[in-house]
Design a protein around this ligand. Structure first.
Ligand SMILES: *Cc1c(COP(=O)(O)O)cnc(C)c1O
Length: 404
């Protein structure tokens, strides 16, 4: 995404062309950016040759998953729906891991039938259920067990997952007990230790502490794991004040760890692969000036992008046509949904905007469309992919008659 003169472009297509062709609100992805991100991720960890499984919950668009497949990445799924979508994209079951605290019998059965690489279990009850199903099918199921390493990832509270008070994983004591209890199971093989301590982590230090915990617990367990699944969580720069994640340091820490443990590393990146590949185009419906503020009322709303409302997260908003005319008032960019939290951004001073103009909400590729809903009975936005000079719909705008 860049400006040519005063006009916003995604690769070689102008934003105005895109909104005129596809309407608004529309999620718009850059294929080049996606490929660059994947290449960089693979380069950053090249020396440890990991299996990288894209976190499908961050973005489940089929065309995007097909690109993920082409790049050689696998998938990390958290439901039967996501598993089906990953398989539909052509991703090999041998590159799919299944996470989540509440997998239902039906979902486990399906995963076992598809012979995916690992089911990452998060409770003893779940492991008993997997064992029961494996026995019924007279098969052996490879599982991972998710450890709760009690690490504070120092990210937003609502996306922290690795502290004792969080619902994810098992504590060290339970983890070791389970390893012992299932050591001689004929139907379950514990192949993997998995962790995932949170999301939008911009500091390598929580990971460093996490690796230390893993090192100790592996030694204590005396168990031979084939895989260590380190989860995802690497943060991106939503605003300038966010630190850039130090991949070099993280890579070094893992290399050191691998000198002591002969295992294959699995990653489950979502945000770091797809977040900065997309903008959400939106048209200004009305502008309302009040004593306190200037409300820019957009045709995109919290049902399209809930991150600001749900996590208080920051997404920059960029005009499609830049001008030098300033308005110094406090601007609230809001949507039409009947909730006060249906607000994207508050800024003091913005370029002078007019009704019917367009803006782009930035860095919405992860947890944007995948978290969208039909709240207020609003149809879901369309998704468009830009590749060089071409643009194509990768998900049609939902039709009102399909939801009412
Ligand atoms: C959400 C999730 C991820 C992806 O996290 P990102 O921050 O998007 O990289 C990976 N693993 C598990 C288990 C998750 O729940």
């Amino acid at each position: 995404m860049h400006f040519k003169k005063n006009k916003l472009f995604i690769e070689k297509v102008s934003g105005l062309k895109i909104v005129q062709k596809f309407g608004t609100p529309t999620y718009c992805y850059s294929l080049k950016k996606l490929k660059d991100n994947i290449r960089n991720f693979q380069k950053n960890f090249g020396s440890i040759n990991p299996l990288s499984c894209f976190s499908v919950k961050s973005n489940n668009n089929l065309q995007i998953l097909k690109e993920i497949k082409k790049s050689g990445m696998g998938a990390d799924v958290v439901s039967k729906g996501e598993l089906i979508q990953a398989l539909k994209a052509g991703i090999s079951p041998k590159k799919i891991v299944f996470s989540g605290v509440g997998k239902k019998t039906e979902e486990l059965k399906f995963a076992i039938e598809k012979k995916i690489l690992l089911i990452n279990a998060e409770s003893e009850s779940e492991i008993f259920e997997i064992e029961r199903l494996a026995k019924l099918k007279k098969t052996v199921v490879n599982i991972g067990i998710r450890l709760n390493p009690n690490i504070d990832a120092r990210t937003l509270k609502k996306i922290s997952t690795g502290r004792l008070e969080d619902k994810f994983g098992l504590t060290e004591k339970v983890f070791l007990n389970i390893l012992n209890n299932f050591k001689n199971s004929n139907f379950i093989k514990v192949k993997c230790l998995s962790v995932h301590i949170g999301s939008q982590i911009t500091d390598y230090k929580p990971y460093s502490r996490m690796i230390n915990v893993l090192d100790k617990i592996i030694k204590k367990s005396k168990h031979l794991f084939d895989y260590i699944d380190l989860g995802g969580g690497m943060g991106i720069q939503y605003e300038k004040k966010n630190k850039l994640f130090d991949y070099k340091k993280y890579n070094l820490i893992i290399k050191k760890f691998l000198k002591k443990h002969n295992v294959k590393i699995i990653f489950e990146p979502g945000r770091s692969i797809i977040a900065n590949c997309a903008v959400l185009f939106s048209q200004i419906i009305y502008i309302k000036n009040t004593e306190k503020k200037r409300f820019i009322i957009l045709d995109a709303a919290m049902n399209d992008l809930i991150r600001p409302a749900l996590y208080g997260s920051y997404h920059n908003i960029i005009p499609l046509i830049k001008s030098n005319k300033k308005n110094k008032r406090i601007h609230d960019f809001v949507g039409p949904v009947c909730e006060t939290s249906d607000k994207f951004l508050t800024v003091k001073g913005y370029q002078h905007l007019k009704e019917k103009e367009y803006v782009a909400i930035s860095d919405v590729g992860a947890y944007g469309m995948s978290l969208s809903s039909n709240y207020n009975l609003r149809p879901k936005a369309s998704e468009v992919m830009i590749e060089n000079k071409s643009s194509k719909v990768i998900l049609k705008r939902q039709k009102l008659f399909n939801i009412i």
